[in-house]
Every structure is written in structure tokens, then in C-alpha cells.
Design a protein around this ligand. Structure first.
Ligand code: HEM
Length: 523
């Protein structure tokens, strides 16, 4: 009897203690899943901002998935460059229904879509830390590296950027131009060998250029990043590519927080790949550190030098360096390949522009001289073509920021925690900004410079603006100019009859069925 009494007393004391965490979790879940969406929806409604209705837990993810699937299967006008409705159909639909600025829900995360260039500029240029990069899905963070430049914030970001800026200075890029030329020459030499091995002795050669450019840009960034450790470096990048393929397949699924920690076969595969990548990068770093020289002039060498610099603020940890290696591969490889791919498509379709750009190349670089970095600023027409290609098929389709406090943006009151989406693809093809031919290829619109190409100076922000502007934009442009110059010096390009126009959004805009191009050697 007495024992029962003790047990009852203990239960009376312990039960509330045991129940408390459960109650707190239920309360928090209620706040996030029910109350916050309700309150925020009302708060924005009062400001005249509406959007699709919040659905429990999933927000509007289901509708996004459905609209993307439908638009993907709906076929595509082969002459159209109007990618916005096809690749971001949910934004198009909601803009039509609720206006240019609207609220939607990515799961329980509130998102405001803003495509006004003036507001976009205010968000991206804010130097007070009111808007930071939005938290990305774990798959993306794994690819780019959580401690690399893309995802660090505040003082860490300042330190990273200070260390890395010199790696992209004009002097360094001049040296890197030689790397770009050498890698392109290797690709062209391979093509020559394949042609001479070809028993059919056809003069015109067909190449699938998206995969050629992917291979070439991987080769270039691996050499620029790892230089003397190239062989090991390319192995790291191969594994990163595997990781990317793995992550990409899961990106179309709805993300449920915490699932990345579950011991599923998919997660085991990712963890294994990550371990292999880290071990391989660590091995390269260790062998450099052991060499006790000045660590080399490549990106890795520049980062390693920062490890031994005196000022604490300037230092970078080995883990951070490992993550930055991933960042450079991810950011500097596919984006550049896609820029080259879509530009090649345009030049093959618009023979008049191909001739104009080739004439410019012959005039400024000669017919068979290897290009030098000093010449690139003279290639004005080529630059205009690249800008037009980036406007219509820029690899980054949207930019993401999160408000770190309640903040005023134009006439809007943005509550802390709201994500702001800037749909670049929409801004870059908006007829009110670019005129009635907004979806047409017309490089002439850039003849007076980027800021005068549309009726707002910030209508074109393919590399971003403000403090987080792309650190690799000059690298990207020099690489693209090097490769295109060397190709145009040697070949006349035309689109193969097999080409099927079907741009898809796989982290960047890519041709679903590749880009088969016919290469005719110039006399
Ligand atoms: C066509 C080529 C490229 C395009 C269109 C592009 C576009 C962009 C954009 C739009 C941003 C800003 C994102 C934001 O504000 O949230 C960015 C950031 C960045 N890009 Fe690029 N990029 C390209 C090539 C490269 C290359 C070649 C590298 C490196 C080798 C690179 C490295 C980075 C890094 C590290 C950041 C983050 C910068 C920071 O947060 O401080 N990108 N890029």
C-alpha cells in the first residue's frame, strides 16, 4: 500500500516534468505550422499583398511541383526564348493572379516574390546585414559547402572575401588566361585527333557541345583551383559531380526538415561520397603543407597562404578551405559551361552574328594567334552576345534573401524571417523593362552598355549586385571569351538537325537533350 503511494506521488511529480518537453514541442509546432502562417498572411494582406493559400506543412510545394511537371510536358516552341513561363510556371501563374509582388509558402517558410528592380537593388545592396542569403536545402549546402564563401555571413564572410578577392584580381586572371588557353587547345587537339581517326573522312564534324563545355570548364577550374595537384584535383571534382547528380534527383522532392539525418540508403550514399571528397581534398592540402614551399599560385595555394598569415582575422581553417574548393567547382564549372552552350546555340542559329563576331575576333586577335587577356576588352560585339545570352538563359534563375529583422522595403513592412525571392529570369525578360522584343535574341540592346540596355539600370543583374556580387564574374567572362575566340578562329558553326530545343532548370538552365553542333573547319 505504501509502495503504491510512493509510486503515485513520484508519478505526480515526474509526469509534468516528462510532459513539459512534449508540450513545448507541440506548442512550437502549432506556432510554426498553424499560427505563424495565419498571422503573416493577415499581416501581408493588410499591406495589399496576397498569394496562394497556405496548406498545412507543405505550403505551396505541391502546387509548384504540379505546375512544373505540367509545363515540362507541355512542349516548347522551338523558336521561343520565353523561358520564364516554362521554367518558373508557378511564379507566372501567381503574378497573373495576385500581382507582381505576392506571398507564397515553401513548406512553412514564408516567401515574398519581388521583381521590381528598384526593390531588388535595395535588398541586394543592403550593407547593414538586414538581408542575408536564405538558408538553402541541405542538398545544396552539401554541394557548395556550408563553410564556403556562398553560405558564410557577417564577419566570416568579410574574412573569406578579403582572402579570396586577390585570387580573382586582374593580374591573377591574366595568368589564368594561359590555363584557359591551354585547356581549350587540349580540347581542340582531341577533336583534331578524333577527326583524323574518323574513317568516313567527313569534313564537317558533329559535337554535343553541352557535355564538351562541361568537360572543358571542369578541366579549367580544376587547373585554376588545384594547379600542380591537378590529377588529384580532377578526381575530387569527379566525386563532386557524382554528389551533385545524387543531390539533384532529390531536389524535386518535398523537403521534410531532419530527413537528411535519417539512416536511409540515399543518405548513406551521400555521406560516403562526402567522406571520400573530404579525404581527397585533405590529402591534397596535406601534401602541399608538407612541401613547405610557398604553397603555389593556384586558388588552393592562395587560401593555404592565408592559414599561416599572422593576423587572426585573416586566417582560414582547413575545413573552410575544403568547403571553398567545393564552392569554386560548383559555382565556376556548370554556370560557365551553360553560358558557352547557350551562346553557341545563338551563334549557330544567327549566322549573321556569328560572322560579325568572327570578323571582330580576326581583327582584334588575328586568325591563328592564341588570345591574350589584353585583347578581351576590345571584343565588344562578343561581349554583347554573351550579355544577351545571359539575359535569356542566365544560369541563376532567382536570388534568395532572408530578412534578419523587421524591416521596411519600399512601402512594404517585411517581418523578420521572411524570405525574399528575386526572379532574375522574370526581370530579364519583362516586356515593360526590355520592350516588346524582350524574348528575342538582339545583342544590339547592349550596345550602349549594360546599365542602358533596359529602361531601368538594374534590370539586368545576372551576376547579382551589392556586396555579394559574383566573385568569379571576370573569371567567367575571360574564360568564355577565350574559348569562343579559339573556336571561331577555327570553325564555322551551325545547328545540327537533331537539336531539340528544350531548356530545363537543373540548378541552372540546361538544354535537356544537349546541343549537337556541326563544325566546319575554316579554310
Ligand atoms: C556565367 C557564370 C556565372 C554566373 C551567371 C554567376 C552568377 C552569380 C550570382 C548571381 C551570384 C550572386 C548570388 C546572390 O547574390 O545570392 C554569384 C555569387 C558567387 N559566384 Fe558566381 N556566377 C558565375 C560564375 C562564377 C565563377 C566562375 C565562380 C568562381 C570561380 C563563381 C563564384 C561565385 C561565388 C563564390 C559567389 C558567392 C559570392 C559571395 O557570396 O560573396 N561564380 N554568382
Amino acid at each position: 500500500m505504501e509502495l503504491l503511494h510512493i509510486v503515485l506521488n513520484a508519478t505526480r511529480i515526474l509526469l509534468p516534468l516528462l510532459l513539459l518537453p512534449l508540450l513545448v514541442t507541440i506548442y512550437e509546432a502549432f506556432m510554426v505550422l498553424v499560427l505563424q502562417p495565419f498571422v503573416l498572411t493577415r499581416r501581408f494582406k493588410k499591406q495589399g499583398i496576397t498569394g496562394p493559400r497556405y496548406r498545412f506543412l507543405y505550403g505551396n510545394l505541391g502546387e509548384i511541383k504540379k505546375l512544373k511537371r505540367e509545363s515540362h510536358h507541355s512542349g516548347f516552341d522551338p523558336s521561343s526564348n520565353d523561358n520564364f513561363p516554362r521554367l518558373l510556371p508557378h511564379y507566372q501563374k501567381w503574378m497573373y493572379l495576385y500581382g507582381e509582388t505576392f506571398l507564397y509558402w515553401s513548406g512553412t517558410e514564408p516567401r515574398i516574390c519581388i521583381s521590381d528592380p528598384e526593390l531588388a537593388k535595395q535588398v541586394l545592396s543592403n550593407k547593414l546585414g538586414f538581408f542575408v542569403r536564405s538558408k538553402a536545402r541541405p542538398e545544396i549546402v552539401k554541394l557548395v559547402g556550408s563553410k564556403g564563401l556562398v553560405f558564410v555571413e557577417g564577419a566570416d564572410w568579410v574574412r573569406h572575401r578579403r582572402i579570396l578577392n586577390p585570387a580573382f584580381s586582374i593580374d591573377r586572371l591574366k595568368i589564368m588566361t594561359n590555363v584557359m588557353v591551354d585547356c581549350t587547345l587540349k580540347m581542340l587537339e582531341e577533336w583534331r585527333k578524333q577527326r583524323s581517326d574518323d574513317k568516313t573522312e567527313q569534313v564537317v564534324m558533329k559535337k554535343e557541345m553541352n557535355s564538351e563545355f562541361l568537360r572543358l570548364t571542369a578541366h579549367i577550374i580544376a587547373t585554376a583551383a588545384f594547379g600542380s595537384s591537378y590529377t588529384e584535383g580532377i578526381e575530387v571534382f569527379r566525386r563532386l559531380k557524382e554528389l551533385q547528380n545524387c543531390c539533384e534527383t532529390s531536389l524535386i522532392d518535398i523537403y521534410i526538415p531532419g530527413t537528411e539525418y535519417l539512416p536511409t540508403p540515399f543518405n548513406f550514399r551521400i555521406w560516403k561520397l562526402e567522406r571520400k571528397i573530404n579525404t581527397a581534398v585533405k590529402r591534397i592540402i596535406d601534401s602541399r603543407l608538407e612541401s613547405k614551399s610557398d604553397y603555389g599560385d593556384d586558388l588552393l595555394g592562395i587560401m593555404l597562404k592565408s592559414c599561416k598569415s599572422q593576423g587572426n582575422q585573416q586566417k582560414m581553417s582547413i575545413e573552410e578551405i575544403m568547403h571553398d574548393c567545393r564552392t569554386f567547382f560548383f559555382a565556376g564549372h556548370e554556370n560557365n559551361a551553360n553560358l558557352l552552350t547557350w551562346t553557341t546555340m545563338f551563334l549557330s542559329m544567327h549566322q549573321d552574328w556569328q560572322e560579325k563576331v568572327r570578323e571582330e575576333v580576326f581583327k582584334e586577335c588575328g586568325k591563328d594567334k592564341t588570345p591574350e587577356s589584353d585583347t578581351f576588352s576590345k571584343l565588344k560585339l562578343m561581349n554583347m552576345v554573351f550579355m544577351e545570352s545571359l539575359r535569356l538563359y542566365g544560369p541563376v534563375t532567382s536570388l534568395y534573401r532572408e530578412a534578419t529583422k523587421d524591416v521596411k522595403l519600399g512601402h512594404l513592412d517585411i517581418p523578420k524571417g521572411t524570405n525574399i525571392i528575386i526572379p532574375l529570369l522574370k526581370m530579364h525578360t519583362d516586356k515593360t523593362l526590355w520592350g516588346s522584343d524582350a524574348d528575342k535574341f538582339n545583342p544590339m540592346r547592349f550596345s550602349n552598355g549594360v546599365s542602358r540596355a533596359a529602361n531601368h539600370p538594374n534590370a539586368f543583374i545576372t551576376f547579382g549586385i551589392g556586396p555579394r556580387v559574383c566573385i568569379g564574374q571576370n573569371f567567367a567572362m575571360i574564360e568564355a571569351k577565350t574559348v569562343l575566340t579559339m573556336i571561331l578562329q577555327r570553325f564555322r558553326l551551325s545547328l545540327s538537325g537533331e537539336y531539340k530545343h528544350s531548356p530545363v532548370d537543373h540548378l541552372s538552365i540546361q538544354p535537356q537533350y544537349g546541343l549537337p553542333i556541326m563544325f566546319q573547319p575554316l579554310k
